[in-house]
Design a protein around this ligand. Sequence first.
Ligand code: GLC
Length: 459
Amino acid sequence: MDSKLSGAELASQLKGQLNSNMKFNGISGIDDESLHLSEEDIKWWRDAKFGLFVHWGVYSLLGRGEWTYFNDKLNEEYYRNLAKNDFKPNRSAEEIMDGWTTAAVEAGMKYAVMVTRHHDGYALWDSQCSYKDFTSVRCGSGEDYVKAFTDACREKGLYTGLYYSPMDWRFDGYFHPKENPENALLMKKQGYRQIEELCSHYGKIDILWYDGGWLAHQGTDYDSAWLWEPIKLNKMVRSYNPKCMVTPRSGYKGDFECDEGPHEIKGKIVPIPWEKNMSLTEHWAYVEHDRSWTFEYIIRMLVNAVGRDGNLLLNMAPDRNGNIPENSLSILRMIGEWLKMYGESIYGTRAGVFEPVDDVYVSTQKKNSVYIHILDCRQFDQLMLPGIDRKIISAEILNGEKLDFKQKKAGTKIRLSEFAFRNHAVDTIVKLTLKSDNMSRHRHRSQERNKEQQKRGNP
Ligand code: GLC
């Protein structure tokens, strides 16, 4: 699918991407050691691998994507009336959130991130400090969707994430922060107070997914830190949620990087925590009959992310009633079925021991198992896996037959069976079981043992 985005919307996507040198465009964010989380703190997220993202709001009524208010230069009064009169789903907040979280669980997702307020300023909770009371409770259905969402996540055992955009198109100070500083400060105040509400009214929040910490659609989120003061902001967040993970889009460098958009993932294992975020459909928010990526494309994306130590956050675009379109649901279910069979090679793994070979294979590992995710059997068949310092005890198709292999110091050749070739679908997974010791340690130990025996005079 070619992207039809242009202008500021495209720029917003591009600034959050992994570039061709495997560097994140915004890696140089503002830092503060007191905000750092340890590897142990984020272990749950590293293990989880797969999460649900949902874009849903007043824009879902118009069916032209979440940037409609800005792109179509809609009148504020018109948009407000739309919310007031038409943001009235035919199902309760509980039913809607039960639907989203059930879909996430069925897809094998372990966490969920809901857009609580996008750049249009519409808050999907009972916010007491929304500029002009632009909330679903006071200007729409009367429901608190953040409450229903956080409750449903906890009931279903999903880690809970909230997306929040500090910037708000309704403020002139967003577009002209230098010319209209008072208005920019008003927007900032709204941001701080709303974030405080999200962090203190809805129990433990595991991820605060900031987006849009920039100003006037220009520069990076870090260039706007003079206004947002992201260190101060995130200290406040952590005072309520000490281990809450945050994206880099508040200006603080954050706990993980984002690679945004549906382009494929290539290159080596990424040495920092990162997440691929993309929409299953062409747009982030509801568009009738929107084109969708296929099941195969998403599995490849998941495997390519996990094989480079990343997560996949996959977005859904519910309709005006909060229903995830049937076509998306059926793809989610297929992914869930796949993960039921092959989840051991995904969840709780880390990338490696082999570096990925683009479009051919990636590998993941857990304890004494290494999983080779083969994306192209024919090309794989021409290759030898690089040498490793541990003895391979067995090779088998995951949940299937044993395979022949030859391990030498220089590398390992795995002979794929006819069956693997014939049944090669989206990802053929070969499980290697390794001896727990590495070979040099093993060699070292047996040398020690020999010396001992010689000392004792044994043969
Ligand atoms: C892009 C879009 C924005 C969307 C975000 C999700 O930045 O412009 O609308 O919410 O991606 O990551």
